[in-house]
Design a protein around this ligand. Structure first.
Ligand SMILES: Nc1ncnc2c1ncn2[C@@H]1O[C@H](COP(=O)(O)OP(=O)(O)OP(=O)(O)O)[C@@H](O)[C@H]1O
Ligand SMILES: [Mg+2]
Length: 364
């Protein structure tokens, strides 16, 4: 019995050949074999997955069925040239190029070619490796190297700024205690607030550029959400905001960095409160489904216009007078650093916003 990826089925083959055939069928790289007439003879499982074509639609057909017309013309010419001259141009080399899937999506690929002559006939095999993940990984490494370099500079600068800032704030606080003149008091409180704001900004910058690894531990995420609820409940009450927390289980264990996850939820709830100037409602919902816990934090505030929904995750994007614009970009990074977790935003202008954080559970 021959592999399903193969076009010829009549001839019996030995065990050794079968082993090689199965290896080619089951490997992670796409194996596509054509004959000298450009007809596809072999199209393995990975080829189906990578290019998105079922083999029934490809085997026995001209290779052009899976290629863009210009690409296919060049390919056919190269095959003809080899058949006439036997001079390999691409054969034996790796080439990186952009390939196209059936659905039109393009992807970076590495291709190498090999040729086999059997009797009078020549067969060409293209081995295609999908580099999407490799490239994404390289980009992530580059990005974290860039961040590490910037982080060092930021840490040094903020260290230099922080001490004088603490002194300015400290003296302003001291003078405020002694001052009696209302005008002087007002000016001193401005100095104090601004010094505090700059200190917060320095902390945010430090977090943003921090490349410290997460401290992963087994933790009850509903316990953390309850802590967040208690932290903001009174403040919400004062601002005429109805604040609620619903959960479908008592305990939900996840593997996470409690401190960092707390920072994420604090950022989201703070944003929600800031979006509800005249009052409104905020609700936290925790739901377990299919091995994941989905935590949504919804508000019925001003919402985020469609054209800003991507930008809110960019560092330094803020529509607030005194916002650093780092809250959501830090939060998104923290969630992405938690394996298998995701962050989603849904928002309608003048209706409200919902952030959903999904984290794999490790037990309940
Ligand atoms: N719940 C929300 N409702 C409406 N707009 C929001 C909401 N959450 C975020 N935004 C928008 O996204 C922007 C970026 O949010 P982000 O938390 O990153 O920064 P910020 O709140 O402006 O400043 P800070 O760094 O001090 O948190 C906000 O300025 C605001 O325009
Ligand atoms: Mg914020």
């Amino acid at each position: 019995m021959l592999s399903p990826g193969f076009a010829v089925r009549e001839r019996k083959i030995g065990d050794q050949e079968l082993v090689i055939l199965k290896a080619a069928e089951n490997t992670n790289e796409a194996f596509i074999t054509i004959d000298q007439d450009h007809r596809v003879l072999f199209f393995n499982k990975a080829a189906e997955r990578i290019f998105g074509y079922p083999r029934e639609k490809v085997i026995g057909q001209d290779l052009s069925v899976i290629m863009a017309p210009t690409c296919s013309r060049d390919h056919r010419r190269a095959v003809e040239r080899y058949v006439q001259t036997r001079i390999p141009v691409r054969i034996g080399h790796d080439t990186e190029l952009t390939a196209t899937r059936k659905n039109g999506e393009t992807f970076p690929a590495n291709i190498s070619f090999s040729v086999s002559e059997i009797g009078e006939r020549i067969y060409f095999t293209g081995i295609v490796r999908d580099l999407t993940e490799t490239k994404a990984l390289q980009e992530r490494v580059l990005q974290s190297e860039r961040l590490a370099a910037l982080g060092k500079v930021v840490a040094e600068i903020s260290h230099e700024i922080k001490n004088p800032l603490i002194a300015i704030g400290g003296f302003a606080r001291q003078l405020l205690k002694e001052a009696e003149d209302e005008k002087v008091r007002r000016k001193l409180s401005i100095i104090l607030n601004e010094a505090q704001r700059l200190e917060n900004l320095l902390n945010d910058l430090r977090d943003f550029y921090s490349t410290k690894k997460l401290k992963i531990e087994s933790m009850d995420i509903n316990d953390l959400l309850n802590e967040i609820y208690l932290l903001f409940k009174d403040d919400c009450g004062k601002r005429n905001i109805e604040f609620s927390f619903q959960k479908d289980r008592d305990r939900v264990l996840v593997n996470g960095d409690r401190g960092k996850l707390k920072q994420v939820f604090v950022n989201i709830v703070k944003n929600a409160m800031e979006a509800l100037e005249g009052g409104g409602s905020i609700s936290i919902d925790s739901r377990v489904e299919a091995g994941k816990v989905e935590i949504s934090i919804s508000d019925n505030g001003c919402g985020i216009p469609k054209d800003q929904q991507e930008k809110v995750f960019s560092p330094f994007f803020s529509t607030k007078e005194d916002g650093s614009g780092l809250g959501l970009s830090i939060s998104k990074r923290i969630i992405e650093d938690h394996k298998g977790s995701s962050f989603k935003l849904e928002s309608k202008e003048n209706k409200g916003t919902r952030f959903t954080v999904t984290v794999p559970t490790s037990g309940t």
